[in-house]
Write a protein that binds this ligand. Sequence first.
Ligand SMILES: NC(=O)c1ccc[n+]([C@@H]2O[C@H](COP(=O)([O-])OP(=O)(O)OC[C@H]3O[C@@H](n4cnc5c(N)ncnc54)[C@H](O)[C@@H]3O)[C@@H](O)[C@H]2O)c1
Length: 502
Amino acid sequence: MVESMRSVRTLGLLGTGVIGGGWAARALHFGMDVIAADVRPEMEDWIRGAVANAETALARLTSAPLPPKGTLTFTTDLEAMARRADFIQENIPEQLELKRRVLAEASRHAPADVVIASSTSGLMPSDLQRDMHSPQRFLVAHPFNPVYLLPLVELVGGRETSLRTLEAAHAFYTYIGMHPLRVRSEVPGHLTDRLQEALWREILHMVNDGVATTGELDESIVYGPGLRWAAMGTNLIYHLAGGETGMRHMLRQFGPCLKWPWTKLEAPELTEQLIDRMVEGTQAQAAGRSIRELERLRDDYLVAIQQVLRQFDIGAGSTLRALEERLYADSAAALGGADGDGAAVPGQPLKTLQAEVRPEWIDHNGRMAESRCVQVFGDAADALFRLAGINGADRSAGRAFFAVESHVIHHAPASALDSIFVTTQVLGVDDNGVHLFHSLKRRSDGRLIATGEQRYEYASASEGACAPIDTAVRARLDGIRAAHAKLRAPAQAGRHVVFPGT
Ligand SMILES: NC(=O)c1ccc[n+]([C@@H]2O[C@H](COP(=O)([O-])OP(=O)(O)OC[C@H]3O[C@@H](n4cnc5c(N)ncnc54)[C@H](O)[C@@H]3O)[C@@H](O)[C@H]2O)c1
């Protein structure tokens, strides 16, 4: 029995179709290497295309500093993949015998401290782990399409799955920005597909009976319940439907309907006529748009919805916030010295940020747009404040710095995907604020792209908008300032907009 599971640098994929491609895109984006195995060699082009497609939307999900992207390799040799991967995700077709055989084979080659997870939509983990070596390291981890944008992953242990495996899987999926939902006991279809299928059966009945078209049924969700579901789900929303007394009143009022024949649940026969109606209905809804076009539209609104939910710190928006906290903290720890305690490196400004220039940051003149420079300098300042001891709890409680003045000078063009970094020099600290100077440079040649000078003030919700800086934070900032006082003052510091004609 292995005491702990290994930390994950390389994700191994078994099966590189729709779901395997989605896992690859997500893992690579958050800095994991991926080794993808499929029996069909032509899937290499497919998965590379799928990853490139996903990147367009993924790149817009967060502007938090990301680690360098992982590397994708492809193989048709399952054994080679299983020997190299630190964590294996199986995504082959939904057939019990096939999955059982392939999982057993992978488990013979993968060391026992490598977690093996299956993306199965509804098979039971106890059935899948039956023939495996070290079956305690197996679980079901059921994602949702598109895996690279939807955070939900249902974690289901089988009879032999160990708690350590579930914990290691939970940590891994959280790291790549997901919301792991532990399913208490294995049931066919897990939780979500069971719910989705109940709805799906009713849809088939209503189309079959000529009650509604596929388009009308989608309208019945899209303009109503669908908007509520994204943030509150069914139960909390029904709690609100009960008025002041919530769910209790709701059940009293609508409980009797449960006895009425509103739902049929047993699926109708899939006749050719029903299949035609479903196909024709959805083709009419697509209105000539290709699957690719519709996927792009779906991806764009999924990104936008998560960004809106983040403002309310609810549902998938909370997951995105937590991911960003982790990305900022990792970036600060990587840049601010081994112990990440805010210690300044003598003789140098602090490296506060490293990032990649996103394509949409570049304006029509091939320069980083001003708003993006301000955003990057804001992120760099945030990293400095983290080093000085301001954490997520402080910010939620209203104890944080806010920008009161910024001056950006553009020095050189930049290109999409340039690797950049920011250094920050603390020019001054007083009771209420700090005076910062940032330099944004290209990593490959150190060329200066932009500089920014900023004044930040400290706010405390308990003491009003502007307040004395917390004592411990102030002490750290003073320490950094003392180290930076020995540096040469930046030539651009103190500049204002100069226009020769005036
Ligand atoms: N498509 C979805 O919406 C969705 C959502 C969640 C979970 N899932 C689950 O994910 C799994 C994969 O579904 P998918 O939609 O990606 O299927 P898919 O048909 O798109 O991909 C399956 C891939 O597995 C490969 N394969 C077949 N046998 C193999 C073997 N022995 N070794 C290695 N590769 C092999 C195939 O060549 C193919 O590329 C299924 O279990 C499915 O239930 C699917």
